[in-house]
Design a protein around this ligand. Sequence first.
Ligand code: GRF
Length: 207
Amino acid sequence: MKKFIILISGRGSNMGALLKAYKEGHLQAEPALVISNRSQAPGLETARSFGVRTEFISFKDGRAGEQRTIELAREVGAEFIVLAGFMRVLTETLINAFPNRIINIHPSLLPAFPGLHAQKQALDYGVRVSGCTTHFVNAGVDTGPTIQQRVVEVKPDDTEETLSARILAEEHGLIVETVNLLATNRLSTEEGREVTVLTADNADERR
Ligand code: GRF
């Protein structure tokens, strides 16, 4: 089974969804390490409660932070990286060390509403649907190739809190699905920006 690491900055509920799925036997990769760039991130405690190793890396010096992340990822034998509420934009240092092997989850239907407060951006714009997106990470802000999306209806009386909560519930399922696709070699980016979800048969040929 492939191993991976998770990078967080705060609450870590998407991370928690992955750790729970692994514990219950629904995840086809092993979360080997959780790294936070905030020492007091609540998600660190959640990770420990699942018995997963945690590390704090300050990332004040971004390059050093990324290099330490690469070292730790290699140390634990990780083959890919999941950003789950990690509030830093990565540079080529880390991206080139894991080409097409770093994914992120974002609470909007990208390319709409990248960056911070995506749910508020959606409400302010007045869209009727929003949702969440998993994508490969490049050096931009939420700009890498889309992997999967789930749609969430925006209701007339939604607040930022109510919309965020409904999107988050979908995020927790989506991140598990996408990690399973990546873990079983079912994602191909050979066509440039476009990510192809392969059938199980095609994926077998690639192992
Ligand atoms: C999620 O909405 C995620 O899409 C975004 O940041 C939030 C993190 O939440 N990138 P959590 O830390 O996983 O609870």
